[in-house]
Design a binder for this molecule. Structure first.
Ligand code: HMG
Ligand code: MG
Length: 298
């Protein structure tokens, strides 16, 4: 019982680039996003309006968001941690904002310098003001299966922060396996618990592929009714405040899987591969997705 269509949400320009050490020129980020805009993707997370000292790579968030060539059929989103971030994002005419927190107390503290209880009222105001400004608001929950500091996270703990986000008024929650530890049996247990309270179509899955289990987790999620997946071109990515976190599942590997399973995405493989080769050159290290390796061998 697989879905006929899936929405692929590209997070490479944000989740991907935030973890790259080498400074990437603003104009190269803009070209990268403009290329992605030609690939049939309908959603691109462009950057984040966090504290520039915490994520120096994305300190040019406003310039990037304001300078890209907008395709009217695409939602251009950005991450915001607080009201200061929301104001900056609105000034740059963001289409959608994403707020974020962790299911794990320790990761939350390391990532955004607050406890979960301190974070909730801050995000609540951001969501309210974002909706008032006619923006849609997405919520992320990090460490939904495992935390680098606390280990396995129980579904009940995830449900608590998911409830908090939906109570604020977010329209979708993206469930992040931040450090790529999840396996399908754990994904099944988590989703079964969440689906007792919410329908599958309000969730997206956000898998990092640290241990090569992302596609297996995606198949399990598809079988359970999930129709939205986050991915990064070339498998770029990671959270700098989660030790051992590496890239997201690669957009081109996800695309191959979905297409061969007969699931529509509207995304063009050649365009995705071209943008991966482009950004690979700019970050100065080889990206390692399966589809890129195959394309290199051609
Ligand atoms: P803080 O230092 O506690 O902030 O950082 P504060 O509220 O105490 O403010 C201190 C100063 O920072 C103030 O300036 C603020 O104005 C300024 P001062 O008055 O001292 O001159 N400030 C800002 N400036 C610009 N933009 C802002 C902003 N906010 C405050 N938005 C904060 C708290 C949340 C800001 C900081 O910890 C932070 O930016 N953290 C972000 C870390 C991050 O980006 N992590 C990666 C993204 S999450 C992720 O990757 C996971 C995900 O992919 C899902 C998954 O894989 O699980 C989403
Ligand atoms: Mg992530």
């Amino acid at each position: 019982n697989l879905p006929r269509q899936v929405v692929m949400k590209e997070v490479g320009p944000r989740d991907g680039l935030q973890n790259e050490r080498q400074k990437i020129l603003t104009e190269d980020k803009i070209s990268f996003i403009n290329q992605l805009s030609e690939s049939g993707l309908k959603y691109i997370e462009v950057t984040s309006f966090v504290h520039p000292e915490w994520i120096p790579q994305l300190a040019d968030a406003k310039d990037v968001l304001q300078s890209i060539k907008r395709n009217q059929t695409i939602t251009y989103a950005a991450l915001v941690p607080n009201m200061r971030g929301l104001i900056r994002a609105l000034e740059a005419e963001v289409d959608e904002v994403s707020v974020f927190l962790s299911a794990s107390e320790t990761h939350n503290k390391n990532n955004i310098n607050k406890t979960i209880d301190e974070t909730i009222p801050i995000l609540k105001e951001v969501v309210q003001e974002g909706l008032k400004a006619n923006r849609s608001v997405r919520g992320y929950v990090s460490t939904v299966i495992g935390c680098p500091y606390e280990g396995y996270i129980e579904p009940e703990q995830v449900l608590k922060v998911v409830d908090a986000l939906f109570n604020m008024g977010v329209t979708e929650v993206s469930l992040g396996d931040t450090i790529g530890v999840a396996v399908p049996t754990q994904v099944e247990k988590l989703l079964a618990r969440l689906f007792n309270e919410y329908p599958p179509n309000v969730f997206a899955m956000h898998f990092h592929d640290t241990r090569g289990t992302a596609l297996a987790n995606i198949v399990k999620s598809l079988e359970m009714g999930i129709t939205i997946f986050d991915s990064s071109v070339g498998g770029l990515g990671g959270c700098p405040y989660a030790k051992g976190a590496t890239g997201n599942v690669a957009t081109e590997d996800l695309l191959y899987l979905l297409t061969e399973m007969g699931i529509e995405t509207g995304v063009n493989m050649d365009a995705i591969l071209a943008s991966a080769f482009f950004i690979e050159e700019k970050i100065g290290r080889k990206l390692g997705s399966k589809q890129l390796e195959i394309a290199r061998g051609k």
